[in-house]
Design a protein around this ligand. Sequence first.
Ligand SMILES: Nc1ncnc2c1ncn2[C@@H]1O[C@H](COP(=O)(O)OP(=O)(O)OP(=O)(O)O)[C@@H](O)[C@H]1O
Ligand SMILES: [Mg+2]
Length: 357
Amino acid sequence: MTDSLLKLTDLGKAYGLINAAKDINLDVADGEFVTFLGPSGSGKTTTLMMVAGFTTPTAGGISLNGQPLDPIPVWKRDIGMVFQHYALFPHMTVAQNIAFPLEMRGVAKRDRRTKVEEAMEMVGLAGFGQRLPKELSGGQQQRVALARAMVFKPRLLLMDEPLGALDKKLREHMQLEIMHLHKNMGTTVLYVTHDQEEALVMSDRIAVFNQGRIEQVGAPRDLYEAPETKFVADFIGETNFIAGQAAGCGNGCASVRGLNGQLGAPLVDGAAAVLAVRPERLRVISNTTPGAENTLTGTVKELIYLGQSRKAIIALEDGTEVAALEQAAQAEATALAIGSQATLSFRARDARILADV
Ligand SMILES: Nc1ncnc2c1ncn2[C@@H]1O[C@H](COP(=O)(O)OP(=O)(O)OP(=O)(O)O)[C@@H](O)[C@H]1O
Ligand SMILES: [Mg+2]
């Protein structure tokens, strides 16, 4: 176990009867990029604001480098922050905005000037120092906010949906830029987004938030391939769910409606459960294929041409619709027609059996 830089222990924030965040436990390693991912209102900003020091926890604690953070005032914490609604000081130039955290920390004027120049260079805004925020595009303003958060080389950088206001192309460009900055400076990053693709691309680990709690923490691949809850399987990527009762919950394997999969988390026989399987794990087979495991039969409802691949929507006898995604070459080989019968098969190790809650 590596030493953690940031440690959140049983952290919580209640507003009256509302638990904005509850039972948050998380260790972040030095240099790690951890993303909070979850729907609107799930507690991401609340948790980040407690780490920043703008929100006081009502339960639990936070430590940075082994020291409890609560006695340390916001401006003395070694933490840079880009807010969800990035606010630059409108009456101050770009250079003055970026210099602000240095002034707060008593850095001498000459040093300040060099550091501000470096920071502007870093975010691709060299020469923009004398402009006012209103004379910049949204993306440029966002980069100033980033430079201002990083200029004092904080141990920890908190970013709350820093790319929310940008169009797709600029967002992707800035994602790469933030990843490079993270790598080059070795800064530890806590990043918030509700965009699952952004989270998968950027993070070492992702914490999935749901109703104020962390449902699961893991590397992008683990969350995608081995979700522990139906919520996580549903929130990250596309998933087919087949609902029924869990059976044979013995040694990690179980089944739902006679279909086998891996248990995502302990379940008892008879519990309401779903079998979750990704569209790209379903194969269209001929119904004469001998010995195929885990087969599903239904009627082809839709065939969607996606260029590189084809998606087939198939309605099972009980009305459940499942999607099967096949690469173009494979799709050509399995001639399907709307209205005809199709048989699908998948490996037990590619399916998860999860509590249906
Ligand atoms: N000052 C407050 N007073 C009362 N309730 C609050 C307050 N701040 C946040 N909440 C509630 O706490 C919950 C979590 O809010 P939070 O801002 O952490 O969500 P979020 O995950 O950041 O959502 P978004 O993706 O929309 O930014 C929400 O239900 C919100 O309404
Ligand atoms: Mg938020």
